[in-house]
Design a protein. Sequence first.
Length: 277
Amino acid sequence: MADSVVITAALTGPIATKADNPNLPTSPEEIAAAARGAADAGAAVVHVHLRDGDGRPTADLDVAKRTVALIEESCEAIVQLSTGVGLAVDYEDRLRLVEARPRMATLNVCSMSFAGGEFRNPPEGVRRLATRMAELGVVPELELYDVGHINVMMSLIAEGLIEEPVRCSLVLGVEGGIPASVPNLADMVGRLPAGAVWQVIGIGRGNLPLTAAGLAMGGNARTGMEDTLMLERKVPAGSNAELVGRLANLAEILGRRPASVVEAEEQLRLSTADSIG
Ligand code: KMH
Ligand code: ZN
């Protein structure tokens, strides 16, 4: 197990609003400031969703380019743009986001029911997105919400659309995906190909326990206001940096320390040539 842990800060997500937590960053400037705070607290990767002027999820390419540029000016953290964007956003618009050329972007491999909505990731579109990411040198992080998604990832590898080692998120606790439990996490980890670089995304109440279990198993970890708005019961998070600081403390208690950006580049096999900003 690597003694350093790559911490990803998921700064905003598509669902929460400032009414849920006024500290949620939504404008490009707020997102860049949150990225810097998270990086200072120990995050090596920032996972980024975009919002329009009304605070709704958007796949607007100009907003994406501006946000990526502002983050890259404000800190060294590796920018990972979400192509999940939000359930109401058209797949073709989501796909175009990689033209903003972040160093990494998410690749959601399966359509599914998602917390009462429909999350469209059609097989042919997923293959087009993987192909375009490879052309642009944008490194994919595969989002796996259930055991069967791992089989689809294996098909994408076999088709030559995804390079190994795969970088992936094991997402537990989405309504429509695998429930958040330690046996389910262990099952998913056991099915990953050798050399896979993985992190846990624990949604809702399972967030902290599942994150701790993933750390104990040698995985990387993610936190941030996309995944939880609360620092603890009845205590809203004051910032993404606060959540990252808590995760860094937890990792240290478990004998792991936050990876620097350089260490994260090594673990995730991001060559500096991937820095195409
Ligand atoms: N929202 C999480 C359940 C993405 O943005 O592409 C998974 C996620 C995926 O962050
Ligand atoms: Zn996301």
